[in-house]
Design a protein around this ligand. Structure first.
Ligand SMILES: [Zn+2]
Length: 87
């Protein structure tokens, strides 16, 4: 299982969705910090803090509020789809 992707309940979508871990592009922020003579470092630090506070993002709607306790998981979801298709 890929640790950067996880199934979870999305309250915005009102059903299980795949969540991806938000990454900070440090190369981009380094270049921007050098181009703006250090001013961009404020944005860089806020991006790092934002990733720590809300590390997961819904792939469908972009929500940052997953509920992993209500997740049914991909395996259960596939089994449910197979059962519906087989009947
Ligand atoms: Zn969503």
């Amino acid at each position: 299982m890929n640790p950067d992707k996880k199934w979870g309940y999305c309250p915005n979508c009102a059903h299980s969705q795949r969540f991806v871990r938000v990454d900070v592009n440090h190369t981009f922020h380094l270049v921007m910090t050098m181009l703006t003579l250090g001013l961009w470092s404020i944005s860089w630090v806020s991006a790092i803090i934002g990733r720590r506070i809300t590390p997961w993002r819904c792939k469908h709607c972009g929500s940052h509020a997953p509920d992993f306790t209500r997740s049914i998981g991909r395996r259960s979801r596939d089994r449910t789809n197979d059962e519906q298709g087989g009947v």
